[in-house]
Structure formats: C-alpha cells, structure tokens
Design a protein around this ligand. Structure first.
Ligand SMILES: Nc1ncnc2c1ncn2[C@@H]1O[C@H](COP(=O)(O)OP(=O)(O)OP(=O)(O)O)[C@@H](O)[C@H]1O
Ligand SMILES: [Mg+2]
Length: 181
C-alpha cells in the first residue's frame, strides 16, 4: 500500500458531510458580491454556512452581531443558508463542524495568489479540506467590502451593492464620523 503523505489524495470519510460547505470571511460588511457566491455555492451544496471570522485584529467597522444581522438580511429567503461565526483558525472550525468543503470567491487574478496560498496552508493543517473557488457575476468582480466602506464613509452611495441594513448602518457611521471631526 502506498504510504500516505501530504501529497496523497485523501480518502473520503463517511463522518464528514458532503452536503455542507462553509463560506468564511470577515464580511465587513457582506455585499451583493458575497451573496452571488452563496447563490452559486447553493447550486453545488444544499447546506451553506456563512461563517463570520471575528477578526478583531482587522478592527472591523461592524460588530460581529451587526455583521451577522446584515448577512441574515441579505440572504433572507435562501433555503439552506446558515449564519455562524468563529474565532481562530478556519481548519479548527471546519474540523469541529465535520465539514470539509470551503467556499471562496475569486474576483480577479489579484485574488488568486493569496487564496491559493491560504487553501494550500489549510490543506497542510487538515488534509481532507477542499477549497472550492467560485467566480461571481461580472458585475460584482469590482466589488469589495473595503470599497463599500470607503465609499460609504466618505458619504457616497452604496445602494445596489449592499443590503438596506448595511447601507443604513454605514450612513450612521459616516454621520457619526462627520459629527466628531
Ligand atoms: N464581489 C465578490 N465576488 C466574489 N467573491 C468575493 C467578492 N467579495 C469578496 N469575495 C470573496 O469572499 C471571501 C470573503 O471575503 P472578505 O470577507 O474578505 O470580503 P472582501 O470584499 O474581500 O473584504 P475586504 O475588502 O475587507 O478584504 C473571499 O474569498 C473573497 O475573495
Ligand atoms: Mg478580502
């Protein structure tokens, strides 16, 4: 029998769910680009958990609860979507949940380097993990949470890019920043 090493193909275990996938991210905030990826993931997996990385190092604009509430609003009516959160390593989270499929979105070649590196690093720590990369509709390829934050906090219009709740909360933040400056 061939010796199993890090380059071997993993054997599928019945204990791990083939139906479930995790879509992790900071989602600060969740955008319609993220929603597009969730819709595509649902074509492949009946259960998709959107998992918010707490990520305090990144000093998110939105609290964990706000980010989760925005995701719930943006994915309202989509069957099979669950919203959860985690802190620490993604591999620990998925292992504990009995899931091995991770969804990530690729907007452009510029996303690829980092995503590829992370996928391989995750596999190094958890051999069974499979990262599935999905491309959004062309209209969303320019959309990022960072861009939405920057535009909104400078008073720009982000309707059509994020849900009404995200838009409202961003407006509140922008007004607060204006008042305190
Ligand atoms: N518009 C989009 N289309 C497709 N995938 C996306 C889009 N925006 C983000 N993603 C992907 O979703 C995952 C989670 O992304 P993340 O929470 O970092 O969002 P982000 O928009 O990249 O935020 P930030 O600008 O703060 O880094 C990543 O795999 C990212 O590449
Ligand atoms: Mg990002």
């Amino acid at each position: 029998m061939a010796k199993r090493n890090s380059s071997s193909t993993p054997r599928m275990s019945g204990a791990r769910s083939r139906r479930k996938a995790v879509y992790p991210g900071t989602f600060d905030p969740f955008t319609y680009g993220h929603r597009d990826i969730v819709l595509r993931a649902l074509q492949l997996f009946p259960d998709v958990t959107v998992a918010v990385l707490e990520n305090p190092q990144k000093s998110p604009v939105f609290s964990l609860e706000e980010r989760k509430a925005i995701i719930r609003e943006t994915t309202l009516g989509l069957n099979g979507v669950e919203v959860d959160s985690f802190d620490g390593l993604l591999v620990d989270y998925v292992r504990q949940k009995g899931i091995y499929v991770v969804i990530r979105g690729i907007r452009a070649v510029s996303d690829f380097d980092y995503e590829f590196q992370m996928a391989l690093m995750n596999r190094r720590h958890y051999e069974a993990i499979e990262t599935v990369f999905l491309m959004p509709a062309e209209a969303y390829t320019y959309l990022s949470s960072r861009l939405v934050r920057e535009i909104a906090l400078l008073g720009g219009d982000v309707s059509g890019l994020v849900s009404p709740m995200a838009e409202r909360l961003l407006k509140e933040r922008a007004n607060r920043m204006k008042a305190s400056s």
